[in-house]
Design a protein around this ligand. Sequence first.
Ligand SMILES: O=C(O)/C=C/c1cccc(O)c1O
Ligand code: FE2
Length: 312
Amino acid sequence: MKAAAVGLSHSPLIGKNDPAPEVLARVDAAVAHARAFIAAFDPELVVLFAPDHYNGFFYKEMPPFCLATEAHAVGDFGSSAGPLSVDGAAANAIAQGVLDRGVDLTVSARMTVDHGFAQPLEVLFDGIDRVPVIPVFVNGVATPLGPVSRIRAMGDALGRAAADLDRRVLFLGSGGLSHDPPVPVLDGAPPRVADALIEGRPPTPEQRARGEERVVQAGRDYAAGSSRMIPINPEWDNRLLDHLEKNELPAFDSWTVQWMGEQGGGSSHEVRTWIAAHAALAASGPYEMTSRFYEAVPEWIAGFGVTTSRTL
Ligand SMILES: O=C(O)/C=C/c1cccc(O)c1O
Ligand SMILES: [Fe+2]
């Protein structure tokens, strides 16, 4: 077996606004299973597809996706700060391989990433610098967004380029599933907010703390049912997981940006990371999903999924 994939939802509210202990225990068991799956696979390289939440990518230049040859984490919401252990040589080789296959990948030689990247590395590998990684930003928040077919094409090209390396590669998708957290929106934003979303001025510690407390409070309100955020949509989430489990990735090409937002909320587009990871896996042939966990966790503002898959 040369390739495997894991899908893992993230939430900055984990540990800050937790659900009931029995929910937590079920999530912990699913994560423990994913860790054991990864340990058995023993990846030589992890390609991590994750979104950003206006900590690294801003409207001054907002690519649909971007591969890093070097990256550091900002440490938002208490996640780890500092450099990721990026395999620069493999990153450059894969970037070239994706471009050679006709997908217009952008590249960053100094990517700034947030909890979207840091959390899965902490949860699955005990730290952000423990495993050779290639970070691939996938825009799942900042509209306008392109068609999902392009995400699939990028994942497919990346999977083929990775296969050329002849190493055991784990494709890891971080984000989703349906969720509608209070991430700012450029359209209609007051001038100060718009300026921050465009320029990316680093917040002061006080501004960051205020922003994070706002998200924690949103999680409390959501769980209490006193929120106007779009509800978590387990039916939609399971439809997504069904398509992934059945190797039905072309089915996503008919999922429009508008429909996804209506069904799964403003941050439902983070599922693009899962689609990219599974398209990369599928580039090595048919795969089987060996475990699948799902639970709606309003306290974390997340339709929370954990899956493991490997090539047959
Ligand atoms: O405000 C942010 O930076 C992120 C919020 C959030 C909340 C819940 C689930 C997620 O995937 C998020 O990104
Ligand atoms: Fe997110």
